[in-house]
Design a protein around this ligand. Structure first.
Ligand SMILES: [Zn+2]
Ligand SMILES: [Zn+2]
Length: 204
């Protein structure tokens, strides 16, 4: 399993607000859904996505990237990861920008590239449209975050994905194994059995 790649996070903003986005300026954000396209090709790989979750819930106070300013005011509803070694984030951002009916936040997330934006807005849920665009990009494994255990709840599994998994080898219950991409292990929610470094989630 490749632990780096590009990703899209879908955010939900429950109330409109004016947010200062670092040096980019102050923007009026309408209530609704936002999709941010980013790259996690550095050494930490998809840890960057975990960081976004931590900024969003207030566990991480850093404000380094544009996205860090909007995260604490919103909620991450989905994270779609595209494991790849290729820098396809701008290609992906441009395709997402072409989705009809959306609007854009100009210059957002584009400090190091020449795209129009890496953040789009839609009034309604964006997930299926974003998934379609991700599928069109030709990267095989697209994983959608199914749950995020917040602060006090199951801290052993900070960020997990719904992926194909066989029944638990220990207690035999089905649909109980949860994959943690950062630890690269599977934990059974039923009996706590842990399998390290196993990649059967790839066998969809
Ligand atoms: Zn770009
Ligand atoms: Zn089990």
């Amino acid at each position: 399993m490749i632990k780096k790649g590009v990703y899209v996070i879908i955010l939900k903003l429950d109330q409109e607000s004016d947010i200062q986005i670092g040096k980019l300026g102050k923007f009026h954000f309408r209530k609704g859904f936002y999709a941010y396209t980013g790259s996690a090709l550095g050494s930490g790989g998809f840890k960057r996505v975990e960081r976004h979750f931590n900024v969003s819930i207030g566990k991480n106070p850093t404000r380094k990237w544009h996205i860090d300013y909007i995260l604490p005011k919103s909620k991450i509803v989905h994270a779609i990861l595209l494991p790849t070694e290729e820098a396809i984030e701008c290609k992906l951002a441009r395709r997402i920008r072409k989705i009809s009916g959306i609007s854009i936040i100009p210059g957002f997330g584009c400090t190091d590239c020449r795209c129009e934006t890496h953040l789009i807005y839609a009034k309604d849920e964006l997930k299926s449209m974003i998934t379609d665009v991700c599928n069109s990009i030709g990267v095989k494994d697209i994983m959608i975050s199914s749950s995020y255990q917040e602060k006090n709840n199951e801290s052993k599994i900070p960020f997990s994905y719904k992926m194909y998994a066989p029944p638990c080898p220990e207690c035999r219950s089905t649909n109980s194994l949860v994959y943690n991409i950062f630890a690269d292990d599977w934990i059974c929610k039923n009996c706590g059995y842990t399998i390290y470094g196993c990649s059967f989630g790839d066998e969809k």
